[in-house]
Design a protein around this ligand. Structure first.
Ligand code: F6P
Length: 341
């Protein structure tokens, strides 16, 4: 069989482990041929690809990023890529395409599958917000990086009696903030799923210092936002497209707390450091299992589906289930810690 692979959307630790696993299972075990498109759907659109043999994936298991490159495409370009791929898949005599990506990529994969193309998806995102899979690879790594950063920030915060406001990734879901915040023992965790009251945060910090505690640690997801009226509206900056863009919530919250409490509050924006570098053992194993199962699904002709972790098993689920809605932190998970504000 001839199988095409691409990685699209934001990169994520574990992508190379999936590519390696697909090549090992397909080329070494099944005698298939694997083609890798460069820079995600962009490469598919522009017909940029290369053959992936066993040598080409040597030594990449522990490497962050993606050897194929990745890109985010706007909706129109994505549609164009989808329209073109039918012709391209035919021209390249591909028997299957395996797109590895997040919600946008899986939505495109679904469009292709709905058009009758042989597609098997592999979900990825550090945000862990894809429905139908218990976990995505990359998440464990991101949580580990954020936890280590907060452990380090605690010691310096304590020395200076400061408030640390640590902003982690998670635009629509607060999984990283929740788990890294819990692991680091953050005193407050703010997530997009529950708008927070700045008054409550200020009160918590004040009470801690009144009890002679020497620091406070607040972990805030980048998509978290204050409840209406709880923090004064601040104007954003106007970007090149004329859109108003806000300074991140970590910065805004630190400034606000400093004003209210007269205490030093330092914002720390972890940003892309959470996405770079070597994946954890957990992510390498999950990514490797996803790759193996994707190839098996191709051989069974199980198209229009994606790999998913269900409990400890890998199952194939309809792509539609993965993109129907984002997986947000449910109430019962928030209730498991008093730190969620
Ligand atoms: O979706 C993964 C993610 O890392 C989000 O957590 C984050 O908001 C976004 O990607 C950042 O995207 P970019 O790399 O395009 O700035």
């Amino acid at each position: 069989m001839r199988i095409g692979v691409l990685t699209a959307g934001g990169d994520c630790p574990g992508l190379n482990a999936v590519i390696r696993s697909i090549v090992h299972r397909a080329v070494a075990d099944r005698n298939d041929e694997v083609i890798g498109f460069e820079d995600g759907f962009k490469g598919l659109l522009e017909g940029r690809y290369r053959t992936l043999d066993i040598d080409s994936v040597a030594g990449i298991l522990a490497r962050g990023g993606t050897i194929l490159g990745s890109s985010r495409l706007e909706r129109d370009r994505l549609r164009e890529a989808c329209d073109n791929s039918e012709e391209l898949i035919e021209r390249l005599a591909l028997d299957a395409l395996i797109p590895i990506g997040g919600e946008g990529t899986l939505t495109a994969a679904r469009m292709l599958a709905d058009a009758g193309l042989p597609v098997v998806g592999v979900p990825k995102t550090i945000d862990n917000d894809i429905s139908a899979t218990d976990r995505t690879f990359g998440f464990d790594t991101a949580v580990g990086v954020a936890t280590e950063a907060m452990d380090r920030l605690k010691t310096t915060a304590e020395s200076h009696q400061r408030v640390m406001v640590v902003e982690v990734m998670g635009r629509h879901a607060g999984w990283i903030a929740l788990e890294a915040g819990m692991a680091a023992g953050a005193h407050a965790i703010c997530i997009p799923e529950r708008p927070f009251q700045v008054d409550d945060l200020a009160k918590m910090v004040e009470e801690r210092f009144a009890r002679r505690k020497r620091f406070a640690l607040i972990c805030v997801a980048e998509g978290a936002h204050p409840a209406e009226g709880s923090m004064p509206y601040e104007k954003g900056v106007i970007d090149q497209f004329g859109h108003e863009r806000f300074v991140g919530i970590g910065n805004r919250l630190a400034v606000e707390l400093e004003h209210r409490l007269g205490k030093e509050a330092k914002p720390v924006i972890l940003g892309h450091v959470q996405r770079g570098g070597t994946p954890t053992a957990y992510d390498r194993v999950l990514a490797t299992r996803f790759g193996w199962h994707a190839v098996e699904a191709v051989h069974r002709g199980e198209f229009g589906r994606m790999t998913a972790l269900r409990g400890t098993d890998i199952e194939m689920v309809p792509l539609a289930d993965g993109v129907s809605e984002l997986k947000r932190v449910p109430q019962d998970r928030m209730d498991e810690t008093e730190a969620v504000f």
